[in-house]
Design a binder for this molecule. Structure first.
Ligand code: FSO
Ligand code: SF4
Length: 555
């Protein structure tokens, strides 16, 4: 295997024997095959849209499959060889339906791969993946810098597909323009052409597509569940039977809340589900009692200690310990061999039965602790006047956004230290599971600015990154300046491909001076990094004290 798609990759080089995430060489090879199938189906979708007369049902199925199959290959999503092989087989079926239409296609060699002849066994599907591994594709392109740009586009587009899959979960429909663009970019990424300029533009196009996906997801959340509002969330346990929900998918949580109504079961959020408490359509359920645990990387201990079943709706899942495997349930694109999977009918009966059989929490923890979530752009923009006034009076020196992923590495403490070392007249916005590096800080707990506004405002899941885009754009408009002229700095903690998509979105908007850490991605070559530094002043996180000085100087 050779996988370097995420920040935790071995020795900041690549996982070559087994993934740091636990992914086996076999699963990795199957995922390589699946991604070749995604590109092949995308080539057919591009050709089909060009003639414009293809059965809409076939395109709908291809859209759905593209998003879900891609999502299954993100870091910490699917460790089940059977599930990945099923996605490949569905892709082969789609490809054959397109082939029967007699379309003409770019990259005919890939689009016309005779998958049918190799899909009899999982071993054959793996073999194909080994033959199309990253080093082989890199050698075929023959230019490491171009391949690096191809990888940047690939990982960013994986993240955008995951966000689009979330939007589909909520809406049940696709934005056809977005899907057309996603398929066109996969088709471009299928090419071995070492076209530096074209691949750089392609990466920025991924960022621009992802901006539209995030906007769609943002409106889908608000349309289905109401506008998020600042809401204190109980962070301590309540006596009684319990179910824990992790991942990002709010539609799944809503379905579980409906099915558990009146059953005497308390529902808790975990990790990236925490912002769920801010939605009127979810917080109206009194049995959504609070949050349990912290970020995804602590799940092995936290799930083991939870006295009820656990549902993981989307990323990030880790290969479970025996201590809780029997009460773990996956959904959607998530999969682990031997773990029960809730189907698309969202029938939670087995989860509910198990929760009722278990004891739950023996007593309510007192005193209770609370953390406020819900500073979505809809809640922050009404405060824009206060923010601008505070900036103009000199009462607010800078706004610092700390977003992205959390993870196990000790050097992610950079983000905690940065938040704690920033002067007291700075406002800290958090996003994604990186928030966990900030919200548990005793030093920042309950801190306020001179005008009484909270010093730390959490804008939501990484899925809510659109909030940062809206707030920055609106503040720039109100102050009649460019985004880069705002007293705003960004520090991104990246790990997986959703974070890559968000980074490309920010770059495509022309946002400069982003600090990226805790280390730079292994797939970025020195030459490509030079281009990104020159064009966007993208820089690695450094020494906290020095970075605080530079941030306060607007650098
Ligand atoms: Fe975190 Fe995981 Fe949301 Fe990521 S839970 S690390 S950017 O998958 O998706 O923020
Ligand atoms: Fe390694 Fe990350 Fe790939 Fe897992 S997803 S195999 S940790 S690079």
């Amino acid at each position: 295997m050779f996988c370097r798609q995420c920040e935790q990759t071995q020795h900041h080089f690549a996982c070559t024997t087994v993934g740091v995430c636990g992914k086996t060489s076999e699963t990795s090879a199957l995922q390589d095959t699946l991604m070749e199938a995604v590109k092949a189906v995308s080539l057919w979708c591009v050709a089909a849209r060009q003639i414009g007369t293809v059965d809409p049902q076939l395109l709908h199925e291809a859209n759905k499959w593209t998003l879900q199959a891609t999502f299954s290959t993100l870091t910490n999503v699917n460790f089940s060889d059977e599930a990945i092989a099923d996605y490949i087989r569905q892709g082969v079926d789609l490809q054959q339906q397109f082939q029967a239409l007699g379309l003409s296609v770019q990259e005919p060699q890939l689009a016309n791969t005779n998958w049918a002849s190799i899909q009899d066994s999982i071993e054959e599907l793996e073999e194909y993946g080994h033959a199309h591994s990253l080093p082989k594709r890199q050698a075929a392109m023959g230019n490491d810098d171009c391949f690096s740009l191809n990888e940047i586009g690939t990982y960013g587009l994986k993240g955008a597909c995951a966000y689009a899959a979330h939007a589909y979960q909520l809406l049940g429909t696709f934005d056809e323009e977005i899907m057309k663009d996603i398929h066109e970019v996969w088709a471009k990424l299928a090419s071995n052409e070492a076209d530096m300029e074209g691949l750089l533009q392609n990466a920025m196009r991924v960022g621009e597509i992802n901006a539209r996906v995030l906007a769609l997801l943002d409106s889908a959340h608000a349309e289905k569940l109401g506008a998020p509002e600042p809401t204190p969330v109980r962070m301590t346990a309540t006596e009684g039977k319990a179910i824990l929900v992790s991942g990002h998918d709010l539609a799944d949580l809503e379905a579980l809340l409906k099915q558990t109504e009146g059953k005497g079961i308390n529902v808790y959020t975990h990790g990236e589900m925490t912002p769920a408490h801010s939605y009127p359509g979810l917080k109206k359920y009194p049995h959504l009692v609070g949050n349990y645990g912290t970020a995804w990387q602590n799940q092995k201990f936290e799930f083991a200690g939870f006295p009820g079943p656990i549902v993981v709706t989307t990323n990030c899942i880790q290969i479970p310990r025996r201590a809780y495997k029997e009460r773990l349930y996956t959904m959607n694109e998530v999969g682990v061999t031997g773990v029960k999977h809730i189907g698309s009918d969202r029938d939670f009966s087995p989860v509910i039965e198990q929760a009722l059989e278990m004891k739950g929490f023996p007593k309510t923890v007192e005193p209770a602790k609370y953390h406020t979530v819900g500073f979505n752009h809809r809640a922050v923009l009404p405060l824009a006047g206060q923010v601008i006034e505070a900036v103009q009076r000199g009462a607010l020196s800078r706004i610092v956004l700390i977003g992205g992923c959390d993870g196990t590495q000790w050097d992610r403490n950079y983000f905690t230290n940065l938040a704690e070392e920033l002067p007291e007249d700075t406002l800290i916005l958090t996003l994604g599971c990186a928030k966990n590096r900030v919200i548990h800080s005793e030093k920042l707990l309950g801190a306020t600015l001179a005008n009484g506004m909270p010093r730390v405002m959490d804008m939501g899941q990484c899925n809510d990154s659109y909030s940062a885009v809206v707030v920055a754009s609106e503040l720039a408009k109100a102050l009649n300046c460019g985004i880069n002229d705002l007293p705003l700095s960004l520090a991104l903690s990246h790990l997986e491909q959703k974070a890559a998509a968000v980074l490309l979105t920010l770059l495509s908007m022309g946002v400069k001076n982003i600090r990226l850490g805790p280390s730079l991605p292994a797939f970025v070559t020195p030459n490509v990094l030079n281009v990104l530094s020159q064009n966007y002043n993208l820089m690695p996180t450094g020494d906290v004290q020095q970075d605080v000085v530079s941030i306060m100087e607007g650098k």
